[in-house]
Design a protein around this ligand. Structure first.
Ligand SMILES: [Fe+2]
Ligand SMILES: [Fe+2]
Length: 135
């Protein structure tokens, strides 16, 4: 089934959020301090919530569940330090922050806009907290 652009972005975002959740759970295990661990756990929860919200939108738009498009959970690179992961995730947050703004402007549906607004806000908080951990 061919999706329109918005539906395709929702699908991709669902998988990206699942991936982000997985990444934060991995980082929580590597965290050097309790404070850093708690930040990772909080962000992981947010990403899981985003994934569920995008899943719901996708199901409303298509009447089907998101099917795996071949994206796989990223294997953990053993050579990367915790701060390497923080730096990598920071750029993902930055990219999502921009992407969700574009998606917000693509739809007039108020519920979808609320979901995207919440995600935009959360990704900004995540990026800010990751920046804090790099200092
Ligand atoms: Fe997210
Ligand atoms: Fe995030």
């Amino acid at each position: 089934m061919a999706h329109d652009r918005f539906t395709q972005l929702i699908l991709e975002s669902y998988f990206a959020e699942m991936q982000a959740h997985h990444h934060y759970m991995t980082m929580a295990q590597m965290a050097p301090t309790e404070e850093a661990r708690q930040i990772m756990m909080m962000n992981a929860q947010d990403e899981h919530r985003h994934a569920e919200a995008f899943e719901k939108i996708y199901e409303e738009l298509t009447g089907t569940e998101p099917r795996d498009t071949g994206m796989h959970m990223m294997p953990v690179n053993e050579n990367m330090t915790f701060l390497d992961h923080v730096r990598m995730q920071l750029f993902d947050e930055y990219a999502d922050f921009r992407k969700y703004k574009d998606m917000y402007l693509m739809t007039d549906n108020p519920e979808y806009r609320d979901t995207l607004f919440n995600a935009i806000h959360d990704e900004f908080r995540h990026a800010m907290l990751l920046t804090y951990l790099l200092n």
